[in-house]
Design a protein around this ligand. Structure first.
Ligand SMILES: [Mg+2]
Length: 242
């Protein structure tokens, strides 16, 4: 698929909303490294928890928390902090250390490696569009070092609901000061980014980076996407051509 549908169908956008994880950087290696850093901190400060908190225990605690607090299921920060608190209590460490442990994780989680196209394209777009981040994760555009490009950010855990809820997209448009029809959302997830943004009345482009292409078939967005692009340079060229 080329950028042609974008040029033919939709009015030129005045704002761009961007997903973060797996759109501007790969999230898996970021989380692996943040877990490693957290593990080191736990080993030093809460050794009983460090010894027992494996992936299985963590998943079990998280399932229990989500079942008990369905209203917080969207809030990755709360889930992770409370999981640590539960584990520390369960394994006989001081649960008051959960806040410190979570901060250690959160700081490490902001150390991301941008894809090569991110800085040059955001640099260009920041001069042309209102840029707003829209994420279900707990990355922070300021802390990852992209604050100078973005005029605002909507984080699910702060706002109180997550993609695909249209309210998240509408809040991003409100912060941009641009109506949904003139706002283009860009993200890697066919459902959470493309279909959800279109349902909220925005334009949407699917960023299907080659390293993640195996996750979804090429037609995963159906007729919803205003184009499918392998990187932000290709998307930028399609925007410039209209
Ligand atoms: Mg994503």
């Amino acid at each position: 698929m080329s950028g042609l549908p974008l040029a033919r169908v939709a009015p030129p956008p005045r704002a761009i909303t961007l997903d973060l994880d797996d759109t501007l950087w790969a999230v898996a290696p970021t989380l692996v490294e943040a877990e490693r850093v957290l593990g080191g901190w736990l080993a030093e400060h809460t050794p009983a928890t460090a010894a027992r908190l494996d992936a299985e225990v963590r998943a079990a605690i998280r399932r229990r928390l989500v079942a008990e607090h369905p209203g917080r299921a969207h809030d990755m920060s709360w889930l992770r902090r409370e999981s640590l608190r539960h584990a520390m209590t369960e394994f006989g460490d001081d649960p008051r250390l959960a806040d410190d442990a979570f901060e250690v994780f959160l700081a490490a989680r902001q150390r991301v490696t941008f894809f090569d196209d991110v800085l040059p394209v955001l640099e260009r777009w920041a001069g042309r569009y209102r840029l707003v981040a829209v994420t279900n994760g707990n990355a922070d555009v300021e802390r990852v070092g992209l604050g100078r490009y973005f005029s605002a950010a909507v984080n699910a855990h702060v706002f109180g609901c997550a993609k695909p809820d249209p309210r998240l997209f509408h809040e991003a448009c409100r912060l941009a000061g641009v109506e949904p029809e003139a706002t283009l959302h860009i993200g890697d997830d066919p459902e959470l980014d493309v279909v959800a943004a279109r349902r909220a009345g925005l334009q949407a482009a699917w960023l299907r980076r080659p390293q993640f292409a195996h996750r979804h078939p090429a037609d995963a967005c159906g007729e919803h996407a205003h184009g499918c692009f392998e990187d932000l340079h290709a998307l930028d060229a399609a925007l410039a051509a209209r």
